[in-house]
Design a protein around this ligand. Sequence first.
Ligand code: DAH
Length: 333
Amino acid sequence: MTLEELRARCEEVRREWAQASASAHDPEALEALRVRFLGRKGALATAFDSLRTLPAEARAAAGKLLNALKDEIAAALEARRAEVEREALQARLAGERYDLTLPGTWRPLGRLHPLTQVRREIEEIFLRLGFDVASGPEVETDYYNFEALAIGADHPARDEWDSFYIAEGLLLRTHTSPVQIRVMKSQPPPVRIICPGRCYRRDNPDATHSPVFHQIELLWVEKGLTFAHLKWILREFVTAFFGPGYEMRISADFFPFTEPSAQVHIRKPPGAWLEIMGAGMVDPAVLTEVGCDPEEVTGFAFGLGVERMAMLRWGIEDIRLFYQNDIRFLSQF
Ligand code: DAH
């Protein structure tokens, strides 16, 4: 072989490389390229072998030529490798593009019933004010539901509480007020409780009546309590639950177990007045009945409807919606 022939061979290898490397697009093809050109039996190794057949004085120049070609191909191989990696990354990223306009996977999420939300919120307001949460039975005796609350058998006020009787002297409680009696009988003053619970009345269901509904009772009995304390508690409650900007109005009412008795209205001017609860100072006769001395301690109480609070808060106009378990209604809260 002559130096000229070797030079021609180098050119040939260079062309082959250019062609082969352009069509290598993955790591396997690159490895095949490396073997084909730089491997132990590759194109360059073969060319180095042919050095032996060259005249001695041409070998140094020929060796230089081959070494340069070898470095050139090795560098080109590295460059190609980087390029192939970049191509692979681009391809992966293109495949991974997120289409944010596609609808997501709907995962239904449960939530608390609006009445539960309201009950818990009111409980929290009064827990902050130092009240405990008490409870009593839904099946009540005539004594706790009526007699002890100064609603005698012939009292005309009984008409207000049309009752479901289970047996003689046993009924579904018509309000949460009997819990007042149970708590006062079980502990001496000071008493500071609220009692949320289910109540039952023989009402035909309509937009504002339901035979089953919920109340929250409040009772505070202690030395020196006056109507002013009741007013303060009511103001705290209205502000905490409805927010600032609500006016409150207290007017006379009648309940057999409170004296004086009151009804409480609120409004956000210029809106209309809305009744939110009945309240009053615990009647001395009730205090005496549970063993408290009305000369020693005084107390006040109120009873509010949980449904009423929820209806006012969200502008709900039919109480029956709370019990129909219609997911279209419930999912709004
Ligand atoms: N128990 C009454 C009702 O269901 C509401 C009520 C009024 C409760 C005055 C009270 C109160 O504690 O002081 O109509």
